[in-house]
Design a protein around this ligand. Structure first.
Ligand code: 5RP
Length: 222
């Protein structure tokens, strides 16, 4: 059972004619983009804004009209994946390296629909290393400050061993906390460190989470 695909395709049922749609990033979001693309080929008219170059390229392959963020008014619906989801629908995102644009697009959206498999639903966030986007200047010092919050920070690398750069030209530090007791507090604390651009905690941003189970059942958490 491909639970990512199942959740993604279900969420696309919420896409309606004329909408401005936010396109997430990652393998689950890619299934949603492809499904939207199929519907566009069948005559659905939407406009979309992408949360990464990767998603923009995929959307263009499917002839989904992409609008630059500067020309986007309010976004009706954003569909995006997540790395972890807690019972309050708070999230860890950024495993795919796109947390900053994802958070900006989510903040501009009337509805944010998260799509995920059952394996990413947790009682407490933090087993998944929290991605933090940092500017390249003085990143060594920023990483020291991140460590002072009790995590093991790891500067993200590509498969070839180069330092990974986001679409915004920044670095990503994956912070291994194991468990995050107070996600809202940590979100503010980390964003107060000079050099941190944003972190992958999405607090009170998800309107709904579509969870697909190996059994084939789909649940919508609100
Ligand atoms: C990208 C993200 C992704 O939504 C998250 O990493 C989940 O990815 P996938 O769907 O490939 O498991 O936040 O920055």
């Amino acid at each position: 059972m491909n639970i990512k695909k199942l959740a993604a395709e279900k969420a696309v049922d919420w896409v309606e004619e004329g909408m401005m749609v936010g396109l997430g990033t990652g393998s689950t979001a890619a299934y949603a983009i492809e499904k939207i693309g199929e519907r566009v080929k069948q005559g659905l008219h939407i406009r979309a804004v992408a949360t990464s170059v990767q998603s923009e390229n995929l959307a263009r392959e499917w002839s989904i009209p992409i609008i630059p963020f500067a020309e986007v008014g309010e976004i009706d619906l954003t569909i995006d994946g997540a790395d972890e989801v807690d019972p309050n629908l708070n999230l860890i995102k950024g495993g795919g390296g796109a947390l900053l644009r994802e958070k900006i697009v989510a903040a501009r959206s009337r509805q944010v629909m998260i799509i995920t498999g059952e394996n990413k639903v947790v009682q407490k966030l933090g087993a998944f290393p929290l991605p933090v986007e940092v500017v390249t200047f003085a990143h060594e010092w920023t990483i020291e400050k991140l460590a002072s919050f009790g995590c093991k920070p790891v500067l993200r690398q590509t498969k070839d061993g180069d330092v990974f750069k986001t679409d915004n030209g920044n670095y990503t530090v994956d912070c291994h906390f194991n468990v995050i007791e107070d996600a809202a507090r940590l979100h503010h604390q980390l964003n107060n460190i000079p050099g941190v651009v944003d972190n992958g905690l999405f607090i009170n941003m998800a309107s709904a989470v579509v969870v697909a189970y190996e059994s084939g059942v789909i649940e919508v958490l609100r």
